[in-house]
Design a protein around this ligand. Structure first.
Ligand SMILES: Nc1ncnc2c1ncn2[C@@H]1O[C@H](COP(=O)(O)OP(=O)(O)O)[C@@H](O)[C@H]1O
Ligand SMILES: [Mg+2]
Length: 257
């Protein structure tokens, strides 16, 4: 099983849109078995994927829990509304834990790694949708992950935030030396000189950069319809681009362009 965390300390950069569409494409187009872990207390991914009104448990329970060999985590996994995609949900109780520092010993940040080891033979991919901050849930995600992919909106604020983000990832390598930067994924791309320049700047940074995802209102529509782009707008530019992203992801070659 390949474990990928979608991370950016900024909100509104398409972490959730990327997680759910990547899951839908991996499962729907390639028949992969996918587990989506929602690590954001806003629970957008859980709602999108049709979380039960009363799940057996959520990531918050795991973070509060004690190491138990992954058994607790497995009972929290539920079927999602997408064929081939299962969900470890989040809920708003995760918000209380957001206030607890990642280093705080009261949080069991090894929980997702333990779960990944426990269910590793059942899935091809575990995709973790991270919160827009560095807290216990994102620490759990980066401890469990083999790679981190950074959806990034091409504006000046996002570019300036990159240094901080790279430092956080570097810090996590002390706990998880295997963690690698899978790549940056420019999202909400549109035709403009500034955006093109920003993209050039990213590519010349030497970091691996995936081909961009174009901006289209169909992504907002998708959130209302609660259907991934492959169902709600398969011909949209963003759907075409997410399919290209997944093709690249499956090639596993760094330095994409
Ligand atoms: N390619 C895109 N084109 C247009 N809107 C997008 C695109 N990707 C995401 N969005 C919209 O941007 C907003 C933030 O996306 P979301 O995935 O919720 O970000 P995050 O999880 O990083 O906070 C949402 O309203 C979403 O519909
Ligand atoms: Mg989100």
């Amino acid at each position: 099983m390949r474990v990928i965390a979608f991370l950016n300390l900024k909100g509104g950069v398409a972490k959730t849109a990327t997680t759910v569409n990547t899951a839908a494409i991996l499962a729907g187009d390639y028949g992969m078995r996918v587990l989506v872990a929602d690590a954001d207390s806003q629970a957008n991914t859980s709602e999108f994927l049709g979380m039960d009104a009363a799940p057996a448990g959520t990531l918050a329970d795991l973070l509060r829990g004690q190491p138990d060999g992954g058994g607790l985590g497995k009972s929290c996994i539920m079927r999602s509304s997408l064929k081939g995609v299962d969900l470890l949900p989040a809920d708003d109780t995760l918000m209380d834990l957001d206030l607890t520092k990642a280093e705080d010993g009261r949080l069991y940040t090894g929980c997702l790694k333990e779960l990944a080891a426990y269910v590793g033979s059942l899935y091809d991919f575990m995709l973790i949708d991270c919160p827009p901050s560095f807290n216990g849930a994102s620490a759990a995600a980066l401890i469990a992950a083999d790679e981190v992919i950074i959806p990034i909106k091409l504006d000046a604020f996002s570019l300036r935030g990159m240094g901080n983000l790279m430092r956080q990832i570097e810090n996590m390598r002390r706990i998880n030396p295997a963690l690698r930067l899978g790549g940056l994924l420019p999202t909400m791309w549109y035709k403009s000189e500034q955006v093109k320049e920003a993209e050039e700047q990213l590519r010349s940074s030497g970091l691996p950069v995936y081909p961009h995802i174009r901006r289209t209102a169909k992504v907002d529509d998708m959130t209302f319809k609660q259907e991934p782009l492959t169902v709600s707008s398969p011909k949209s530019a963003a759907c075409v681009d997410y399919r290209r992203f997944v093709r690249e992801l499956l090639k596993e070659v760094p330095g994409r362009g």
